[in-house]
Design a protein around this ligand. Structure first.
Ligand code: 5AD
Ligand code: SF4
Length: 467
């Protein structure tokens, strides 16, 4: 048994590249059995779930969306805010009930929540029916844990890792767009954030391996890659590389669309901006979390920039990258945030006129510095600030979308619209969702679409021609 420990999670010392492959002896040990996989949280978790799928399918499991017929249920969890935890605990109740009436049913908890000692403690004490708890650093141990049969709960969670995994197998959800992990972990330690503890130290993958992965995806018909990292533009500082060089090498593979998330303003260099502007296949879209518009709060958050520095960077991006769309993340109700701090946040949203923003109420995470800070603002007040903020954010999303009315834009078509079978959906180069009058044959293609209607969260359009 291995239990999580936040002190080990804080350590930032060694690194080691390891190469992974699916082992022959996993093959089909569970032939004909079914798995149900549910993913919570960010793109990193979505991508990790693609690795979990690859392992389960190598073991012979087939996917089911009906939990009642599953033999293994895997919940890939998120720890970023408290409500993510509530959702998982709620869902476990259903799993417990199903397990009672099923003699071949295992429950696996994976992902960021298993890296939190207080959560693991609750599962060990109150949810003994959960079979396996596995952490973010050792997904590759899942087959071994499933193959060995235990009569009691197994906890195999490591709190940090010096391993940089290359050659991981993925069962990708899409045949058109792919996530490509370029680095693991985060060393920023923003005071509110649990990620540096759940994902461990920053470790960059080798540039050559990343470029080979992108080439392989392109050769297999993928049109778009999204380079993934908690702090994607910090890539390379631990291995003598730079994110701008990586971007340029990936652009030169000729893959049609390149995206990247999430960028930290502190690590954004002029060189990166110039490379994004230079290559047509690097999409003009940047997610640039600001978190707060008050310098006092940014300091308490340990964000490493002032609002003036952020604005300077933002304006440089707008000036240098033609037609760039910028979105952001904002937290309201951080401990000690006053009405005037909050108004500074509203003010910066008005100055930046963001294309979109993900907005959150601060959620204290045990083990982080902000969880210990004095917080006198009522939940009611925080909810009211969130609502006021969302009104401003939505106004500007809508305003930016209106600018596209009657314009013809390039859209990568990803799939059939769920609401209307005569429509398909896709994303513009600037990452705006478009519902298109058009048939299934457009899926996987980049097409020209004339925008006919614009709302805050999506656009409608007519197919014109292949781009
Ligand atoms: N409370 C609220 N929001 C948070 N985020 C990260 N940690 C917390 C927290 N403790 C938000 C930040 C981050 C996004 C992924 O989630 O805005 O950019
Ligand atoms: Fe969390 Fe800050 Fe790292 Fe982003 S940069 S993952 S907010 S600690």
């Amino acid at each position: 048994m291995h239990l999580p420990d936040l002190n080990i999670a804080k350590d930032r010392s060694s690194k080691n590249n390891i190469y992974i492959d699916l082992k022959e002896d996993y093959k089909k040990a569970f032939f004909g059995k079914k798995y149900f996989l549910r993913t919570y949280g960010c793109q990193m978790n979505v991508h990790d779930s693609e690795a979990i799928r690859a392992y389960l399918e190598a073991l012979g499991f087939i996917s089911t969306s009906n939990i009642e017929e599953a033999n293994v249920v895997v919940l890939n969890t998120c720890a970023i805010r408290e409500n993510a935890r509530d959702k998982v605990i709620g869902f476990l109740g259903k799993c417990k009930y199903l397990k009672k009436n099923h003699d071949d049913f295992k429950i696996v908890l994976a992902g960021c929540m298993t890296e939190q000692p207080d959560f693991v403690d609750i599962i060990m004490k109150k949810h003994k029916y959960v079979d396996i708890l596995i952490g973010t650093h050792n997904i590759q141990d899942l087959p071994k844990l499933l193959l060995e049969s235990f009569n009691k709960q197994v906890v195999e969670v490591y709190s940090n890792s010096d391993e940089i995994i290359e050659g991981m197998n993925y069962e990708r959800d899409s045949k058109v767009t792919a996530w490509v992990n370029i680095m693991y972990g985060c060393d920023k330690f923003c005071t509110y954030c649990i990620v540096p503890y759940t994902r461990g130290r920053e470790r960059s993958r080798k540039l050559d391996s990343i470029v080979s992965e992108v080439k392989h995806l392109k050769d297999n018909g993928y049109k778009e890659v999204t380079l993934l990292g908690q702090n994607v533009n910090a890539y390379g500082h631990d291995i003598g590389e730079t994110f701008s060089n990586l971007l340029e090498c990936v652009a030169k593979t000729g893959i049609e669309r390149i995206r990247f998330v999430t960028s930290h303003p502190w690590n954004f260099t002029d060189e990166m901006i110039n490379i994004i502007a230079k290559y047509d296949n690097i999409m003009p879209y940047i997610h640039l979390p600001i978190q707060s518009g008050s310098n006092r709060i940014l300091k308490k958050m340990n964000r490493r920039y002032t609002k003036e520095e952020y604005l300077e960077l933002f304006n440089k991006m707008k000036k240098t990258i033609p037609n760039v769309a910028i979105t952001t993340d904002i937290i309201v109700g951080f401990p000690g945030e006053t009405e005037s701090d909050f108004e500074e946040t509203l003010d910066i949203v008005k100055k930046c006129e963001y294309d979109g923003a993900y907005t959150f109420i601060f959620s204290p995470r045990e083990g982080t510095p902000a969880a210990k800070m004095v917080d006198n603002t009522s939940l009611e007040e925080k909810e009211s600030r969130l609502q006021r903020l969302n009104e401003v954010v939505n106004y500007y999303s809508n305003k930016n979308n209106q600018k596209l009315l009657n314009k013809v834009v390039p859209v990568l078509v990803l799939g059939e619209s769920e609401k209307d079978k005569n429509k398909v959906y896709g994303y513009t180069d600037t990452m705006k969702l478009v519902n298109i009058n058009g048939g299934k044959e457009l899926i996987g293609k980049i097409v020209s679409v004339k925008i006919t209607d614009a709302k805050s969260f999506s656009l409608d359009g007519d197919y014109i021609k292949e781009a």
